[in-house]
Design a protein around this ligand. Structure first.
Ligand code: NDP
Length: 444
């Protein structure tokens, strides 16, 4: 058995009931075969892949809090500090009822390669809880966040581990967590990113993941002789990533005709009205039915279905495993030219393969959504400098980072004879830097 297959088998055996983690490891290690197979004995002797797939530290803790009725609730908190070879652990906190250790590990593992691709000095980590902020009062959210941070604060710090937002963790939650960290540690430092502008946040961080996604897509289209103007785009999700992806796509002259949330989706042939979407989702925290009620051209459907709408470009921006093999077939049949992931691992492995073998340009999230964490790293730099940069300065750095990521993954794919395979390109380019740092630091 090859070394790669041995390690994939070990991961499945030692981490039962963690299918998302298996999926992420398999995707990465499969594309690293080209590199590993050439030097298998050396990698095996150093147990390099075992060290790569085993997190440096995994924290699981109890999060008790009191709800508005006086009832004590107990959630589980997680922080997986996956790899610090190239910098302090960095990665978001997900608050969603589906959160478990396997999901946090898959996200942390992906984050290692993504952070490496940004070219900035950040290691990989991820955390969160099965707490659901939906339907909770502000006081309940604060009670949860304070309890969560009371435990987490023992393990993080501006030079150790710097968490950020993710699904369910926006500016409100980051604010409550930052306040509690400061109170417990008596230190005002850049321990979290995604902070509000009045207390150390960076301009353009809110927009960064969605904008970055479009900067990369635009560069890729340009390199394939296409421009964004006039393109029809379908987007899933209606959260932070989706909203700013829609906004930037429209600024580039494309027409975005869909968005979705966890209960249904919108088809709006006139193009999504971003301001209305922001009002519904960011201000009222309401369902998409409210968007449809306020806009004549929009039709609301229950369930899922955005991938059935004909498009040139598809941008999955909601959650993992939301673009399945039948969706991929539909996209190909409708003439879709490119799929770029705004979410983390939204496309299943078979759907990815189908898109690639049918000539669709496919960019994995670890490259195309890296603008969020890259801008978080820029927020860390500003906090260390005790300075704030202008929106234009941050946005222009973000553009450069995304353009560089595209060329890095494109070049890495070409170097290994896999031109146009950006999954291989992203995994190899991310891996090379991490491994070189791990080797330099000895067996740790
Ligand atoms: P948000 O919580 O702001 O939005 C998530 C959106 O996806 C919401 O519209 C939500 O619906 C929908 N959604 C969530 N879970 C499901 C589900 N199980 N089925 C269908 N729809 C669902 O999160 P973000 O926009 O921040 O994150 C979206 C994705 O992007 C995640 O995969 C995240 O890891 C990834 N990502 C985020 C970054 C960031 O900077 N925020 C950076 C890089 C990646 P509803 O409104 O009903 O809750």
């Amino acid at each position: 058995m090859s070394y790669v297959d041995e390690v994939i088998a070990q991961v499945i055996e030692k981490n039962p009931s963690q299918p998302e983690f298996h999926q992420a490891v398999k995707e990465v290690l499969d594309s690293l075969r080209l590199v590993i197979d050439q030097n298998e004995d050396a990698y095996r002797k150093d147990a390099l892949l075992e060290r790569l797939v085993n997190p440096e530290r995994q924290l699981i803790f109890r999060v008790p809090w009191v709800d508005d009725k006086g009832q004590v609730q107990v959630n589980t908190g997680y922080r997986v500090q996956f790899n610090s070879a190239i910098g302090p652990y960095k990665g978001g906190l997900r608050l969603h009822p589906s959160v478990n250790l396997g999901i946090i590990k898959f996200l942390g593992f992906e984050q290692v390669f993504k952070n490496s691709l940004t070219g900035l000095p950040i290691g990989g980590g991820k955390g969160g809880s099965d707490f659901d902020p939906k339907g909770k009062s502000d006081r309940e959210v604060m009670a949860f966040c304070q309890s969560f941070m009371t435990e987490l604060s023992k393990y993080i710090g501006a030079d150790t581990d710097v968490p950020a937002g993710d699904i369910g963790t926006g500016a409100r939650e980051i604010g409550y967590m930052f306040g509690q960290y400061k109170r417990l540690q008596n230190r005002y430092e850049g321990v979290l990113t995604g902070k509000g502008l009045s207390y150390g946040g960076s301009l353009a961080r809110t927009e960064a993941t969605g904008y970055g996604l479009l900067y990369l897509v635009q560069e890729m289209m340009k390199c394939h002789g296409e421009e964004m103007t006039g393109k029809t785009v379908v987007v899933s999700g209606a959260g932070n990533v989706a909203i700013y992806a829609i906004q930037k796509a429209q600024q580039m002259g494309a027409k975005v005709v869909t968005c979705s949330d966890s209960t249904g989706w919108i088809y709006d042939p006139e193009g999504i009205d971003v301001e209305l979407l922001q009002e519904v989702k960011e201000v009222k925290r309401a369902r998409l039915t409210e968007y449809a009620a306020a806009r004549e051209s929009a039709v609301y459907h229950e369930g899922r279905g955005v991938w059935a709408i004909p498009c040139d470009i598809a941008l999955p921006c909601a959650t993992q495993n939301e673009l399945l093999i039948d969706d991929a077939k539909q996209l190909v049949a409708n003439g879709c030219k490119a799929v770029a992931e705004g979410a983390n691992m939204p496309t299943t492995l078979d759907a990815t393969e189908y898109l690639q073998t049918n000539g669709v340009l496919f960019v994995p999230g670890k490259a195309s959504n890296a603008g969020g964490v890259a801008t978080s790293a820029l927020e860390m730099t500003q906090n260390s400098e005790r300075l704030s940069w202008s929106f234009e300065e941050v946005d222009s750095k973000l553009q450069n980072i995304m353009i560089n990521i595209y060329h890095n993954i494109d070049n890495a794919a070409k170097k290994y004879g896999k031109e146009g395979n950006y999954v291989v390109g992203a995994n190899i380019a991310g891996f090379e830097k991490v491994v070189s740092a791990m080797n330099a630091q000895g067996i740790v």
